[in-house]
Ligand binder design. Structure first.
Ligand SMILES: [Zn+2]
Length: 117
């Protein structure tokens, strides 16, 4: 079934972003932990290192690109991952709060730590 790229299912704001360490909460990679390599807000998906690894069959393109079968991460829905809090080191739900300077930041609902720098 083709994925609809034009209609976002989850809107454009995700609870996780590039560089976050997350744990997968469902599916074949449940329990795996990794860093977000890429976020795709348009589709509500994220690519996590070591998660949802698929075999890509590549055709050789020119001299520099050899063909063959390579392992590569495929995107997973952001709803299937939870952020691992830097302070309590556990998968946590996130809330939002505003700082004094007006910035909106994410906070860990478990320990109250601000997750964003
Ligand atoms: Zn925490």
């Amino acid at each position: 079934m083709p994925r609809q790229k034009s209609t976002p299912r989850w809107g454009n704001r995700m609870h996780v972003r590039k560089g976050d360490t997350v744990v997968v909460i469902s599916g074949k990679d449940r329990g795996k932990k990794g860093k977000i390599i890429r976020a795709e807000p348009a589709t509500g998906r994220v690519v996590v290192e070591g998660v949802n690894v698929v075999k890509r069959h590549l055709k050789p393109r020119g001299k520099s690109m050899q063909g063959g079968i390579v392992d590569q991460e495929a995107a997973v829905p952001s709803s299937k991952v939870m952020l691992v809090c830097v302070r309590c080191n556990r998968p946590s739900r996130l809330g939002r709060t505003s700082l004094k300077d007006g910035r909106s930041v994410r906070v860990c609902k478990r320990c109250g730590e601000v997750v964003d720098r």
